[in-house]
Design a protein around this ligand. Structure first.
Ligand code: PGA
Length: 237
């Protein structure tokens, strides 16, 4: 995969629109997923590409507090993270909801960034990944698979500073690509991007991104520190 993709997941930060605009302007060349409240204002800026951190699975209706994929699409959002571990484990999202959200993003012609990953790196970690992948992709049209970005996000590496080694990341990414090859064929598996996420920092980004099956990075904490994020973007291009 020649072009690496760098995604910023700001999570529930920063506190003000001014900071959000400043950060967005500095994130040139990346996909930025801000909190919903900043999306409209940031859609007027052009330095980065706009993503979102989540969406609801229905296109409209009585769902207090939720935001639809259609609303995001109408504001110019191009990518939506689905199945992030903080949503799975803190907000109680189920595989079934993740499957429906993935379909909502595809139906609204945006690119889902589907996050999967084990909570602890044990010998059976591949089974956890297979299970999450199969459930998230259930009855997703075969032709849509290449429009999905996959993100390997081991939960033990997220926000902990315990980054996966390049070898651990490569093994998991290779495994995901093999599974996609087995189910959807080589052309599809080679066309999709597989991102790594979990404690990516400027000093470990290059080694991770040089792995043959690591097509980009999904960056949390470091994406809110301009110098760190610029260092990661530099490592990718
Ligand atoms: P982190 O988060 O870079 O802060 O570990 C990554 C993520 O949650 O996507």
């Amino acid at each position: 995969m020649d072009k690496k993709i760098i995604v910023a997941n700001w999570k529930m930060r920063p506190d003000t629109l001014q900071e959000a605009e400043d950060l967005f302007r500095l994130s040139r060349g990346a996909i930025v997923c801000p909190p919903f409240v900043y999306i409209e204002a940031l859609s007027k800026l052009t330095e980065a590409v706009l993503g979102a951190q989540d969406c609801h699975f229905e296109d409209e209706g009585a769902f207090t507090g939720e935001v639809s994929a259609k609303m995001l699409k109408n504001l110019g959002v191009k990518y939506v993270i689905i199945g992030h571990s903080e949503r799975r484990w803190i907000m109680g999202e189920t595989d079934e909801m993740i499957n429906k959200k993935l379909k909502a993003v595809l139906r609204n012609e945006m690119t889902p960034i589907l996050a999967v990953g084990e909570r602890a790196r044990r010998d059976d970690y591949r089974e956890v990944i297979i299970d999450q992948l199969e459930k998230a992709l259930e009855r997703v049209d075969q032709k849509d698979i290449k429009n999905i970005i996959f993100a390997y996000e081991p939960v033990w590496a997220i926000g902990t500073g315990h980054v996966a080694t390049p070898r651990q990341a490569q093994d998991a990414h290779h495994f995901i690509r093999q599974r996609l090859t087995a189910t959807y064929g080589l052309d599809v598996a080679q066309a999709v991007h597989i991102q790594y996420g979990g404690s990516v920092k400027p000093d470990n980004a290059a080694a991770l991104l040089h792995q043959p099956d690591v097509d980009g990075a999904l960056v949390g904490g470091a994406s809110l520190q301009p110098e760190s994020f610029l260092g990661i973007i530099k490592a990718a291009f």
